[in-house]
Write a protein that binds this ligand. Sequence first.
Ligand SMILES: Nc1ncnc2c1ncn2[C@@H]1O[C@H](COP(=O)(O)OP(=O)(O)OP(=O)(O)O)[C@@H](O)[C@H]1O
Length: 582
Amino acid sequence: MPVNFITSNDSIDIELPFKVKAGPGAGKTHWLVNHIKKVLSTSKRMGSYRKIACITYTNTAVDTITKRLDTSIDRVEISTIHSFIYNNIVRPYLHFIASQYDFNVKYLDGHDEHFISRTYVKEWIDGHQNLAQLRNPWTRNQLLRLENNYKALSNWLYSIDYQINGNDLEITVDNSKAAYDPDKPRLSKQNCLDILVPGIMDYKKIFWRKGRLHHEDVLFFGYQLIKQYPFIISVLQAKFPYFFIDEFQDTSPVQTAIVRLLAQRETVVGVIGDKAQSIYSFQGASVGDFEHFSLPGQQEFVIQDNRRSTNEITNVLNYLRTDITQNPLRNVSGEKPIIFVGAKEQAYADAKAICGAEVLVTLSRDNPTVNAMKRLYNVSIPTENLLDKLFDKDNPDRVKVIVRCIKAVELGYEKNFKEAIKEMQKVFVNITDKAARRKTAFHQLSKLLSERSAFAQESLYKFYELVKANISSGMPTLTKGAIKQFYDTNTYEQIALFVDTDNDVEECKTIHKAKGDEFENVLVTMNNAQDIRYLTSPNLGAEEHRVRYVGVSRAMQRLFINLPALTAAEELSLSGLFDIRR
Ligand SMILES: Nc1ncnc2c1ncn2[C@@H]1O[C@H](COP(=O)(O)OP(=O)(O)OP(=O)(O)O)[C@@H](O)[C@H]1O
C-alpha cells in the first residue's frame, strides 16, 4: 500500500477510510481534532442529527479531545470503546438476548471491575454441574476452605476473558493463573480445572442474574448482539457516518472485530496510532492489529514530525527508534538530556534544582516506584511484591491491622489527613461511639506520624510492636516462625512501598497513566542496573522497551533519566546523547 507523508496541519479526503501512523508528539491527536472539525464543516452526510464517533483508549484522552474540540462537541460522541459499546449497543439492546445468558436487565447499571466474592464462588461450586467429580485433594470443602486453594481458585476466576476464534467469541480462562503464588501452580488441571471449566459461563451468570456487568462483558455482549441482530449495525451506521479511533495500537482483537463489522457499508472508519507506543498487551492489546488493520479503499499516511520535544530530546527518541526518524519541527535547542546515576531521591533533588520553579513530573514503571517518588523514600525497590507475600504468609487478623495502620500513616505522610483518619478509624471499629472512635484514631495517628522517622527504616517487627502496644493489643501475637523472620528482615518502608494510598499526586505518575499527555520537565526512573539496556540496546519490538520509550517521549523541554549504576563503557556509549552526572 502506498504511504503518503503528511504534517499535522494537512487535510485529507473525508470520505475515504484512513490509517495514520506517527511517532510520539507528531500531532496525531491535533490532526484528528482538525479532521473532525473539517468533517463537521464540509460533510454532506451529517444532516441535523448524525454524529461523529471518536473513540480513544483512556478517560484522560477523552477529556483531552473534548477540551481541544471546544464548541463542536454536541455533534461528536467522544468515548472509550467500552462506553461506546455500552451506550450504543448493550444498554439499548441487551434485553434481546438477556434470557440466553440469564441477565437481569432490570438491574443493569453501567459496568464495573471484576471482583470475586466468597459467597458467589461458593454458590457457583455448590451448583456446579460436575460437583460430584471433585475428589480429594480438590473436594468442594478443600477448594473453598483451604486458604491457598481458595486464593488459587480466585486468581483463576479473575483470569476469565473473551477471545475471538474465527467468527465466534469464546469465554476463556488461564490455567497458569490457578496459583496462590505466581511461582506455585496450585490446582491440578486434570483433577480440578478440567472438571470446573464447563461451568465457567455459569459463574458469570451468577453476576449477570444480579444485573452486574464486568468491563470485558461489555465487549462480549456487544459482539453477541451485533452478530445475532445485524440491524444494530445498520442503526449505528445510520447514526455515525464517521467512526474514528485514536491510539488504535492499544485496541484488543475483540474491539477490532467489532470495528470491522461497523466499517462495512456507509460508515467511514479511520484509525490513528503508533506501534511503538503499544503498552497494553496485558489488557489484550495486540500490536499487530494496528499494523495489519486494513479496510477496502483505506489510505495510509505517516506524520514524521515531532512537535513536542526539543531537538536534543528528539535526537534521543530517534536513537531509540529505527522505523521512523522524527523531524523536530519546533526546532528549539534545549539542554542536553541528563542521566543521573545513583539514588532516586538525589536524582529528583538535582533535577528539581535545575527546573527551579517549573513543575517536574516523575514517570515510573510501577506503583511501588511511584510511591517511593511521592514519599521520597531512601530505599531500593524490591523486585517481588512484599505486600502480597505478607498477605500470603501472615495471620489475616494481624495483617489487616498492620496494613491499615501503614496506609493511614502513609496517607498522613502524603498530607491527606482526612483519608488518613478515615483509614485509622477502621482499626477501631469496636469503639461504637463515632466521636470517640474518631478522637482515638486522630490521637493514635498523630502519635505514629510523630514517630515515623524513628521506625521508617527499622524492621516491620518494630512497627508491629508499636501497634500491638498502643493500638491493637488484641491483635494475634507474633513470636516465631517464617512470618516472624519476614517481619524481622523487611523494613517498614520496604513494605509501605507496596501500600497504595490512592492519593493521586500529579507530579508522580506511572508511565501508563501519562500516556497521551506531555510535560515540560520529565524524570524517568529506572530502578535496576539492567534497565540500562533500554538505552544501550533499544528494541521497540519488546513491550518493556516501548513503555520506557513512551515515558521518555512525554518530555517537552527537559528530560532526566535516573539509573542506579553505569559502567565506564556504557557512559562512553551514551555520552553523545546525554550529559552523565554521578
Ligand atoms: N499543527 C500543529 N500546530 C501547533 N501545535 C501542534 C500542531 N500539531 C501538534 N501540535 C502540538 O504538539 C504537541 C503534540 O501533539 P499531540 O499531542 O497531538 O501529539 P500525538 O501524536 O498525539 O502524541 P502522542 O502519541 O505522544 O500522545 C501538542 O502540544 C500539540 O498541541
